[in-house]
Write a protein that binds this ligand. Structure first.
Ligand code: CMP
Length: 143
């Protein structure tokens, strides 16, 4: 079953959007297989956003993502990686369509509420950065 890594960023947690975001993905039909409220260390932030290391905004991105608690999640379901990206909306909330998370709740590209893996490779990398194998649940054994 395809899995993706999603994270409510510090602005989304502070604005009490965790419940709203969980509801959107649950109602869509995806299954939550892992979740934790945590504060990201500088080291983890630099690793997670490593591909942006040379960008001028890298420093402010790391400062922001470590500035307060985040809600890290793993979701599973058919085409969850691309569908979750559609549900999140464009990276820059000013370009995000209404009825997407960023379209409805975001204003600026720095504080864009939520992060989601952009490919199967990123999903695998990001899930293993934030979660140990034993921290993810299985639903297949439910009777
Ligand atoms: P995210 O999906 O978490 O992945 C990288 C993040 O970099 C992105 O969301 C934005 O929040 C952030 N980002 C992208 N471009 C800029 C920018 N020009 N200034 C500040 N942050 C940016």
């Amino acid at each position: 079953m395809e899995k993706t890594f999603l994270m409510v960023k510090p602005d989304g947690v502070q604005r009490e959007l965790i419940g709203e975001i969980l509801t959107r993905f649950e109602k869509k039909g995806f299954q939550l297989v892992g979740a934790k409220l945590m504060t990201i260390s500088n080291e983890l932030a630099e690793e997670h956003y490593g591909e942006h290391k040379e960008r001028p905004f890298f420093g402010s991105l790391v400062d922001f993502i470590t500035s307060g608690p985040v809600f890290a999640m793993v979701w599973q379901g058919e085409n969850v990686i691309s569908t979750a990206r559609q549900m999140m909306g464009s990276t820059n909330p000013k370009d995000a369509a209404p009825a997407t998370i960023r379209g409805d709740y975001g204003l600026t590209v720095g504080k864009n509420i939520i992060h989601g893996s952009d490919s199967p490779e990123s999903a695998e990398r990001e899930i293993s950065l934030f979660f140990k194998e034993g921290e993810l649940v299985e639903y297949s054994k439910l009777i």
